[in-house]
Unconditional design. Structure first.
Length: 282
């Protein structure tokens, strides 16, 4: 692990999204959340606002289902990949997708949306309280009256937070789609309990003996009651928590926590205690 955890952690907000081909292959089998968000989008109707649109893993199925999507993302490689994928879609699908490159803490769009979504751990790239507050302010601005903000986050897993940073946790080898070769795969974990950041360093080791490389991925660790408080004090109400893209209430075995909420009629109360952190990708 790098000695400068802070630098590696901050870079881990973008590096995972520099290689859309690998990202697409790594999560190709992840469908349960896609089906969930498509169902929500059909119910809400056009248009839907998606933060962290990436290269369209969720947005494309929504558009194919007949619902227009405005997708925001800071990662240019992912948006370029999505634009390329759209060229292979029918015109009616292409016309339903509008892409906006920018920081989700700052982007302001015209119009409001009955459904705003932030799928697959998008919120986990908000590392500090000012970043969280800035993003939630943008969500409030973009929600139509009565609309819902829905997102999912992976819950902190105690066994990940206590892993030995010096130990590689290996997985089966794979054929890397960008490198075009078989590579060994391992992950190392380091947790910063003050910033509540989990840094995962993904190590790729080509079997042909060429140089290995490492990709950092950093996720803020949000605990459920912390999320409830953050949403409450930033102007959201009618909070609904469910487990793993189902209607079940969360339990001890939940993997992905799904959160649904509305804008509150009350003025948000700003938190006063802040931990200063370097600026990161959102």
């Amino acid at each position: 692990m790098p000695s400068a955890f802070g630098r590696a952690a901050d870079r881990g907000s973008l590096a995972h999204y520099d290689d859309p081909a690998y990202y697409q292959k790594a999560y190709a089998a992840r469908r349960h959340d896609v089906d969930y968000y498509v169902k929500l989008a059909r119910r809400a109707g056009s248009p839907v606002l998606e933060y962290g649109v990436g290269n369209g893993r969720v947005a494309l199925p929504i558009a194919r289902a007949g619902v227009s999507v405005v997708g925001v993302d800071v990662a240019r490689p992912m948006l370029k990949s999505l634009a390329e994928r759209l060229r292979g879609e029918p015109a009616r699908v292409r016309d339903r997708v509008r892409l906006v490159q920018g920081d989700m803490r700052r982007v302001r769009l015209k119009g409001r949306f009955r459904l705003v979504i932030a799928p697959f751990n998008t919120l986990l790239h908000l590392y500090s309280l000012p970043e969280i507050e800035a993003f939630l302010a943008r969500v409030r601005e973009h929600l139509a009256p009565g609309g819902r903000f829905v997102f999912d986050v992976s819950l902190p897993q105690p066994h990940d937070l206590i892993k030995d940073p010096s130990r590689p946790y290996r997985a089966p080898r794979l054929r890397h789609p960008t490198a075009g070769k078989l590579v060994g795969y391992a992950e190392r974990f380091a947790y910063d309990p003050i910033r509540q950041l989990l840094l995962v360093e993904i190590e790729f080791s080509p079997e042909d003996g060429s140089d290995p490389w490492c990709v950092p991925l950093t996720h803020r660790q949000f605990f459920p009651q912390e999320l409830a408080a953050l949403l409450h004090y930033n102007g959201f109400s009618d909070l609904q928590f469910s487990a793993d893209f189902s209607d079940r209430p969360p339990g001890s075995q939940v993997d992905s926590l799904v959160v649904s909420c509305r804008c509150s009629s009350k003025t948000p109360r700003r938190a006063v205690g802040r931990l200063a952190t370097p600026r990161t990708r959102a």
